[in-house]
Design a protein around this ligand. Structure first.
Ligand code: ADP
Length: 480
């Protein structure tokens, strides 16, 4: 049994969960301990006890630790990629890329530890100086989703530790494997006992305990809107700091002057890579009328060339959906699309392979209207809707007419429209002639409206969430 890491010890549990390969449901990856309330409280207590010395300890030790973690992930990226593809179902090249990304994130924050911060300046009062500094928050509860099992934990754990916090990390139930492996790497890199703890288990038990515990200073969460709202309510109740990354319904606007080949590539990548299971996935493709027919024809042709299959098999372009529940949800939305009046232009059906897996064909619904539920609610699968724009202004209006606001893309040859879109898209991120998914790790990540809440993640921006500001006034009216 893979155990939880609490106060530097691997701790077993009477309960365990099976980790199942979505490409082949007869393949059991392992048994992972399921923590209860008591173990979660032990982990919080260990992190609380470790905080004073970790937050005030030498920054060189923190930088070295993060560098060692990053180096080991880098060295083992292929092995981690295989595990990731096996438990989550994204294809091997994407999985290895995600492992590489996790390594880069740790190495980035290893440097960030040493970046000198703070401000010193005169007060408006004579003889007084003012210092503005940043301090660690305390214990951070980290709650992550299943779709990026190593990169999302990395982009929360690395800055949390870099800025001097202690961590209790709860990975998603479906992907404990990468969470456990990351914990093992962090422990073997020499993290002091209690500074980093892993508690695998359910959201309603482990997650909820983190939300409600008074010693947890802050919660960083990525997941669904419904759970995000619970996180917000619980944190507000006890005035804990929180940060939420949730769903989206990202638009890709394709204007008549776009390079058609590139537009098709952007749509294929954005809508179907990683089986569409990305919060930045393209789910609304808005096409200007004159090229709509040509675009749909080229897109469906390209979709027909995608090989759906085992995530680890060479030649696979799109792996399975993550589990039965998600597959049922995708199929329900495809049926709903038909009943709302959309046309099923491609896909829509399960795909049979030799082994039992949650395979779904990449699916395109055309003749969609922006007020249909399929165009408003996050499906989180390889399903995209196409709708028509009369012109650029109409396309921009459709793009912004959403409860969500994570990322918006535009394909165009027009600098004027690209510049206007960049300024007027009501999202946290904008892509010009690029897929909506695929972001860098050294710059802020996040959205607006129902997509995100609180400080942005990643890059230097992460310090906003993982630290608190202190303003000190010093009177030293010394003669001379
Ligand atoms: P998804 O539908 O993508 O699985 P969820 O929001 O259900 O998204 O899950 C994201 C993370 O939130 C998971 O780690 C899950 O265990 C956790 N979670 C679910 N319910 C709660 C809760 N009540 N309190 C805290 N965390 C929760």
């Amino acid at each position: 049994m893979y155990k939880n890491l609490i106060n530097g010890e691997w701790v077993g549990s009477t309960n365990a969960a099976q980790n199942i390969n979505p490409s082949d449901t007869s393949d059991i990856i392992g048994e992972y301990a399921t923590a209860g309330v008591a173990q979660t409280i032990d982990a919080i207590a260990a992190a609380t006890a470790a905080f004073p010395s970790w937050s005030r300890g030498p920054i060189q030790a923190r930088a070295d630790l993060l560098e060692r973690i990053g180096n080991e992930i880098l060295l083992r990226k292929d092995e981690i990629g295989i595990l990731l593809a096996r438990e989550e179902g994204k294809i091997l090249s994407e999985a290895v890329g995600e492992a590489l990304r996790a390594a880069q994130i740790f190495k980035f924050y290893a440097q960030e530890v040493l970046r000198f911060g703070g401000q010193l300046g005169p007060s408006v009062r004579p003889g007084v100086n003012v210092e503005v500094t940043r301090e660690a928050l305390g214990v951070i509860g980290i709650i992550t989703p299943w779709n990026y099992p190593i990169a999302i934990p990395a982009w929360k754990i690395a800055p949390a530790l870099a800025y001097g916090n202690c961590v209790v990390f709860k990975p998603a139930e479906l992907v404990p494997g990468c969470g456990w492996l990351l914990a093992d790497i962090i422990k073997r890199a020499g993290v002091p006992d209690g500074v980093f703890n892993l508690v695998m288990g359910s959201g309603s038990v482990v997650g909820q305990t983190l939300l409600d515990h008074k010693e947890v200073s802050a919660i960083t969460f990525t997941g669904s809107v419904a759970t995000g709202q619970r996180v917000a309510q619980a944190c507000i109740e006890r005035m804990a700091k929180f940060q939420l990354e949730m769903g989206s319904k990202n638009p890709l606007l394709i204007l008549a002057d776009a390079d058609l080949d590139n537009a098709v590539k952007c749509a294929i990548n954005g809508a179907f890579f990683s089986t569409g299971q990305r919060c930045t996935a393209t789910s609304r493709i808005i096409v200007e009328k004159p090229i709509e027919a040509a675009f749909i024809e080229a897109l469906t042709r390209a979709m027909g060339e995608l090989t759906v299959g085992d995530a680890r098999a060479p030649g696979t372009d799109m792996g399975p959906v993550v589990d039965q529940r998600q597959l049922d949800q995708d199929l329900r939305y495809i049926d709903l699309g038909a009943s709302e009046g959309a046309t099923l232009a491609s896909g829509g059906q399960r795909v049979q392979r030799e082994q039992q897996g949650f395979y779904l064909a990449p699916t395109l619904l055309t003749n969609c209207a922006n007020d249909m539920r399929i165009a408003r609610e996050e499906i989180f699968g390889p399903v995209a809707c196409v709708m028509t724009a009369d012109d650029y202004e109409h396309g921009l209006h459709l793009a912004n007419d959403s409860e969500f606001g994570l990322c918006a893309g535009i394909c165009t040859g027009s600098l004027k429209h690209a510049a206007h879109f960049k300024r007027n898209a009501q999202t946290g991120m904008v892509m010009v002639n690029l897929p909506t998914a695929g972001v860098d790790y050294h710059v802020p990540f996040g959205g607006r409206k129902a997509s995100s809440y609180g400080a942005r993640e990643q890059g230097k921006n992460a310090e906003e969430f993982f630290t608190t500001v202190k303003t000190s006034y010093v009177f030293a009216d010394l003669p001379g």
